[in-house]
Design a protein around this ligand. Structure first.
Ligand code: NAD
Length: 326
């Protein structure tokens, strides 16, 4: 990776991945792009930014030519809960947008990273220790677009030798940028409400078990996979990936170790519960471990310790800023 283009760079993953990539590969070598303009100074002032709508091939061509890109990290997407309310737009962005980026990768001889998701499985998939290669019949628009994306990436590698690589991310937990409308967003929001209000109303049932990961592990995974020796990659795309699995009840208990009077109650949202019920409980990520050495560093207690600390600092900073005389 010498000249890297990141699409959807202002989202939950991109806003942290761009900073990590700039640190490792040089600020001027990482071109952040999105359909919104950056407001976060860490991202805005640390390197180049371009407006790029992945649905518009003209935008893509312009940026590819100006910056002489060799690697595309394609993060632009609509997430699961939003995709269910706007299925047509989800197809446009998640499938046509990826197709345009793959075409650009083919034309300009770039590698391309594509994040799939635990949403790419379905109700017929084995839920426990979900195998790397297994049945995938999702019944959400998000899941349909993710399976399509996995297949398109395989096709572009096989047919055109484009160096496509990808992961199936679990729910991602982070404190810097708010999540963008996924089914696992509760696992971030719960920390803000626990610290601010000592209570949280969860939109998933208490026993809904899902794979999760703390953001630093996710960033490491992307870079490690893109740097992996291609000769070792049997799968290339759609590697199962996990770091921990827990239910809302488990997370509430982990938070109560820090905030003993924290209380959780449940007001189930049928749309998000239905999506979560169609997803696995725990992935088998042994292919990622064997083929490129994947090892997570954060489990539930370590992630909870970090989130409590970081979110508390962030909220304190916000209060101090709003208290400052104008
Ligand atoms: P996000 O919703 O936080 O960010 C997506 C970004 O894409 C936004 O900044 C948005 O402005 C931008 N975008 C939307 N339409 C666009 C378009 N037409 N052209 C260019 N940019 C556009 O998403 P995220 O959480 O950062 O996820 C990034 C990728 O990782 C997605 O493919 C998502 O499906 C996948 N993923 C995320 C998670 C998670 O928990 N966050 C889990 C599994 C997979």
């Amino acid at each position: 990776m010498r000249k890297i283009l990141v699409t959807g760079a202002l989202g939950q993953i991109g806003s942290e991945l761009v900073v990590a990539l700039r640190h490792q590969y040089g600020a001027e070598n990482v071109i952040a792009t999105d359909i919104r303009m950056p407001t976060d100074v860490r991202l805005r002032d640390s390197g180049p930014f371009e407006f790029l709508d992945c649905v518009d091939p003209n935008h893509i061509t312009r940026v590819m030519q100006i910056h002489k890109i060799d690697t595309i990290i394609h993060l632009a997407s609509l997430l699961s809960a939003i995709a269910e309310t706007r299925p047509n737009q989800a197809w446009q962005i998640n499938v046509n947008g990826l197709y345009n980026m793959l075409e650009a990768a083919r034309q300009y001889k770039c590698a391309l990273f594509f994040p799939s998701s635990i949403g790419a499985f379905g109700r017929l998939t084995p839920k426990y220790k979900t195998p790397q290669d297994t049945i995938q019949r999702p019944d959400t628009m998000y899941g349909v677009t993710k399976v399509t994306g996995e297949l398109l990436c395989d096709y572009y590698f096989k047919r055109f030798a484009v160096d496509t690589r990808g992961l199936r991310f679990p729910g991602l937990i982070s404190y810097q940028t708010e999540p963008g409308g996924g089914t696992t967003d509760y696992a971030v929001q719960i920390f803000y409400d626990a610290i601010k209000h000592r209570r949280y109303t969860c939109y998933l049932r208490r026993d809904t078990s899902l794979d999760m990961m703390y953001m630093p592990d996710a960033l490491r995974a992307v870079i490690q996979l893109m740097e992996a020796d291609p000769a070792r990659l049997e799968h290339r795309n759609a590697f199962n990936l996990t770091a921990m699995t827990f239910t809302p009840d488990d997370l509430a208990h982990a938070i109560q170790r820090h905030i003993p009077d924290f209380e959780i109650d449940y007001g189930v949202d049928p749309v998000r519960q239905d999506i979560a019920d169609s997803w696995p409980d725990l992935l088998d990520d042994s292919a990622a471990r064997e083929e490129w050495g994947w090892r997570p560093q954060y489990d539930l207690p370590r992630m909870t310790d970090e989130m409590i600390l970081r979110v508390s600092e962030k909220l304190k900073e916000r209060t101090e800023t709003s208290d400052m005389p104008r």
